[in-house]
Design a protein around this ligand. Structure first.
Ligand code: ZN
Length: 354
């Protein structure tokens, strides 16, 4: 029997709204997933309690017959590595300087690999999604959600940079005079192409006097998903907001392609489900701004090294990418040199005292 059949990993996808914890085995995939709301107001230690309680339960059930190879965590940033410490994450108030890796490792009995949420999603897309499908060794993934995250896989490994803060492509400047961004800059990609930015752009239009057309239900909240429905039904303003997001994506991707010359760029996250609305302006910008793209895409003169050309496409894995990436992280990235695992599973600090 393939030894992988017996291997178990635990994945933790820590989000500002909810947390998902899963047991995973390479041949079977996700064995069991539990999800719960992130109790932001209760503080980080209470959330770590919730996480550890779920991890211990999954280890108890699935760890009886399979040795656990490690626990992977995808965390919002800014995240300092290898320390595993968060620095003022915008959507997790009260977590500034929180030593997430140390707190988890002091209560859980297996080595923990911790990484940024967008980077573990990129790892999943590389190992299990489009990267596997096209057999590439490198890719860049943009994840369009509440914000815009990204991850770069170079030669089969996550690119971290010196402090674990590499690949913040969501904060590439698209327009120096553009709308403000939560990072302190103005006109970032995130200020155009995140779900939040798309909804805000529509709000600005309508606050400026434009009337929503019959395609926008006034009783529905002005979300990126509702705006996409209106755009597909023909609402010109909704189409304009998505066109601006697609243009911003194309400008950012042109820079990334010129800089990295990778074989594959994928766009994931909820907003990527509106690829039909984003893709025309996106590809127009790529052709206009990236000579590396023109030379290495279909019909280009330099295709030899990239069979099939530079690919830019929606991610293959859906909303599970972040959780799957956390699950496979221990199989790809050894745990950071840090605290020793706890001797036993401790579901809470209170139980650690007994
Ligand atoms: Zn920014």
């Amino acid at each position: 029997m393939d030894p992988d059949h017996e291997t178990l990993t635990i994945g933790i996808d820590l989000g500002a709204t909810s947390v998902r914890v899963a047991a995973y085995s390479p041949p079977a995939g996700l064995l069991e997933t539990s999800a719960f709301l992130t109790r932001i107001s209760a503080g980080p230690l209470a959330i770590v309690d919730d996480i550890c309680r779920n991890v211990c339960r999954l280890l108890e059930i699935h760890g009886r017959t399979r040795p656990c190879a490690g626990i992977g965590v995808g965390s919002p940033g800014p995240l300092e590595l290898p320390a595993g410490r968060l620095h003022a994450p915008p959507n997790l108030p009260g977590w500034n300087n929180f030593p997430l890796l140390d707190e988890l490792q002091s209560r859980l009995p297996h080595p923990i690999s911790l990484d940024g949420d967008a980077r573990v999603a990129a790892l999943a897309e590389y190992a299990l999604g489009s990267g596997k499908e096209f057999a590439v060794d490198s890719l860049c993934m943009l994840t369009l959600g509440t914000g815009v995250g990204s991850g770069i896989i170079l030669n089969g490994r996550i690119w971290h940079g010196a402090s674990g803060m590499a690949a913040e492509s969501g904060h590439l400047t698209i327009d120096p005079e553009g709308p403000p961004c939560g990072c302190g800059n103005a006109g970032c990609l995130e200020a155009y192409a995140s779900g939040t930015a798309i909804a805000k752009a529509a709000e600005r239009l309508f606050a400026g006097g434009l009337s929503p057309s019959a395609h926008l239900d006034p009783a529905s909240p002005l979300t990126a998903a509702n705006l996409a429905l209106a755009a597909r039904a023909g609402d010109p303003h909704a189409r304009g907001v998505y066109a601006a997001a697609g243009r911003a994506l194309g400008i950012a991707l042109a820079d990334l392609i010129n800089m990295l010359n990778l074989p594959l760029y994928v766009v994931g996250g909820g907003v990527a489900q509106s690829w039909d609305l984003l893709s025309a302006p996106l590809f127009a910008e790529l052709h206009r701004r990236s000579y590396v793209y023109r030379l290495t895409t279909s019909g280009g003169a330099a295709l030899q090294a990239i069979p099939g050309g530079t690919r830019v496409m929606p991610a293959r894995l859906g909303p599970e990418a972040g959780l799957l990436g956390a699950c496979i992280l221990p199989l790809h990235v050894p745990p950071a040199v840090g605290p020793e695992p706890s001797g036993a599973c401790q579901a809470s600090r209170q139980s650690a005292l007994h």
